[in-house]
Ligand binder design. Structure first.
Ligand code: NAD
Length: 469
């Protein structure tokens, strides 16, 4: 193992009790360092540059989906941390008369955060600020695939924190593997279900607890009552922001047969309005990102080619430019479950569409995939919404809009099995990095009456107590 990793881990372990003793104001002071850093115009410009180099991400998207989200969560933590850190009193059952109980929120200790490349700043910093808010020492490994943002984060943390508080180790999976040799108190991983399984099995060696924020196929249902004109535009924005490289992007569409024609027309209009308003072509639009690298570009081309070979019909898009890793927003019709595009998470600007007639068919389509991270339902009919919610499980559900549920810090965020384990953000994010220590104080009395030697009287008392507990 790299000596530096081992040394930093030991330093953080030593410092963990000091961090644990910090009160809310002291923890917020650490978060203010991040906040102030991000208010420096020059430093922000450096971040814009890094993210342009990684993903050709427009500045507005860096603000909306990266820096702004981090800032919003810091604000949310500032408003709530005092309250979250307070001991939470719980009721006392009659059988425990003479005792008082509460939950005490303690930091887990030294935690590891492993981040992906698609929102490389947001998905490194947001878990980090919740880990700090909960009083932990943190080692962060950003994604090597967003290399410019990774170096930016590394330098930022070096300037802001002592390595006994926060340390960054950059690199690929071999660095992650070295880190996973260590007995972290908690591991927070965001990435693919494939790597999520590796993380969980490595965590098991030390019985480290885990939060796994994974991906998968999030379906978007559009029923026969949906306000197609309105949702088509929302959907185009949500699917093609970051070039579809978002875990909460709608992965595929399930559209009621009667809504299809109108939806396809509105979809085309929305594409032009959002990404080609001047008619010079989407490739020239400064607001449209690129695929992260050759590997993912090739993977997406394979999904596209396989679908076309199996008779999928291209309704919009299908244009590529290998030299700039450009892939047009692409809507595919005549899609079948045997296509690769319906079996793997897409994570790019390809959008397959399947139509249905009876709502029972929707269940059959979705049940072939593991539980989605988000289930999107566009419908004006509450009965249909209830039906889909009752019959299809998912980490979250959003009706008549896309992506936005992620932005409410009062809601837990996370998946179910293949799409994730554990929840993050807001109070749930704080709890994820905390040990909810159960504390009971005996004030008076005792359970002496239950000590052996046992007899019938004790049994009767026990039966009475447990019936009324
Ligand atoms: P990935 O799983 O390939 O990599 C994520 C991180 O794990 C990177 O830092 C990488 O270096 C590391 N890693 C890779 N192989 C490893 C190994 N064998 N052992 C240990 N660490 C390893 O994911 P990605 O390609 O960076 O991101 C895309 C995936 O992330 C998609 O599946 C997407 O849905 C998911 N995702 C989920 C969320 C969420 O919040 N649920 C958010 C963003 C992305």
């Amino acid at each position: 193992m790299c000596l530096e990793i081992q040394q930093v881990f030991e330093i953080q372990k030593k410092n963990a009790p000091n961090l644990a003793r910090m009160d809310a104001e002291q923890r917020l002071e650490l978060l203010r360092r991040i906040e102030n850093y991000l208010q420096d115009g020059e430093r922000l410009k450096e971040l814009y540059k890094a993210m342009y180099n990684d993903l050709r991400k427009p500045e507005t998207e860096v603000i909306a989906t990266e820096v702004g989200i981090v800032q919003a969560h810091i604000t949310h933590i500032k408003r709530n941390l005092h309250k979250w850190m307070k001991n939470k009193k719980v009721p006392t059952p009659l059988s425990l008369l003479g005792t008082r109980s509460h939950i005490r929120y303690e930091p887990k200790g030294v935690v590891l955060i492993i981040a992906p490349w698609n929102f490389p700043f947001n998905l490194s910093l947001v878990p980090l600020i919740y880990a700090i808010a909960a009083g932990n020492a943190v080692i962060l490994k950003p994604s090597e695939m967003a290399a410019h943002t990774s170096s930016y984060i590394s330098l930022m943390m070096y300037e802001l924190f002592d390595e006994s508080e926060v340390a960054v180790f950059e690199g690929n999976e071999s660095v992650a593997q070295e880190l996973l040799d260590l007995p972290f108190n908690h591991i927070f991983f965001t990435g693919s279900p494939r790597v999520g399984k590796i993380i969980m099995s490595r965590a098991a060696q030390h019985l480290s607890s885990v939060t796994l924020e994974l991906g998968g196929k999030s379906p978007a249902i559009i029923d026969d009552t949906a306000n197609v004109k309105k949702i088509a535009k929302n959907l185009v924005w949500a699917k093609f922001i970051n070039n579809g490289q978002a875990c909460i992007a709608p992965d595929y569409l399930i559209v009621h047969e009667s809504a299809k024609d109108c939806f396809v027309k509105e979809f085309g209009q929305a594409l032009n309005q959002l990404y080609d308003p001047s008619g010079t072509g989407i490739q020239n639009c400064p607001d449209y990102c690129r695929i992260i690298n050759d590997h993912h570009y090739g993977r997406l081309r394979t999904l596209y080619n396989d679908a076309c070979e199996k008779d999928a019909q291209v309704l919009y898009g299908g244009d590529f430019d290998d030299s700039e890793l450009y892939m047009a927003p692409t809507l595919l019709d005549n899609v079948s479950p045997d296509m690769k595009i319906m079996k793997e998470e897409i994570f790019g600007p390809l959008l397959p569409m399947i139509t249905y007639i009876n709502r029972e068919d929707v269940e059959c389509i979705i049940e072939n995939s593991p539980s989605p991270l988000i289930l999107y339902i566009a419908s004006q009919d509450q009965d249909n919404i209830d039906y889909f919610m009752d019959n299809i499980s998912s980490g979250s559900t959003l009706t008549n809009d896309y992506m936005l549920s992620y932005s409410n810090p009062h809601l837990p965020f996370g998946g179910l099995n293949n799409s994730g384990i554990g929840k993050s953000l807001g109070f749930h994010g704080f709890v994820g990095f905390s040990n909810e220590r159960a504390v009971m104080h005996r004030k008076w009395g005792s359970v002496g009456i239950l000590y052996p030697p046992y007899n019938e009287k004790i049994q009767s008392i026990l039966k009475f107590i447990y019936r009324w507990m």
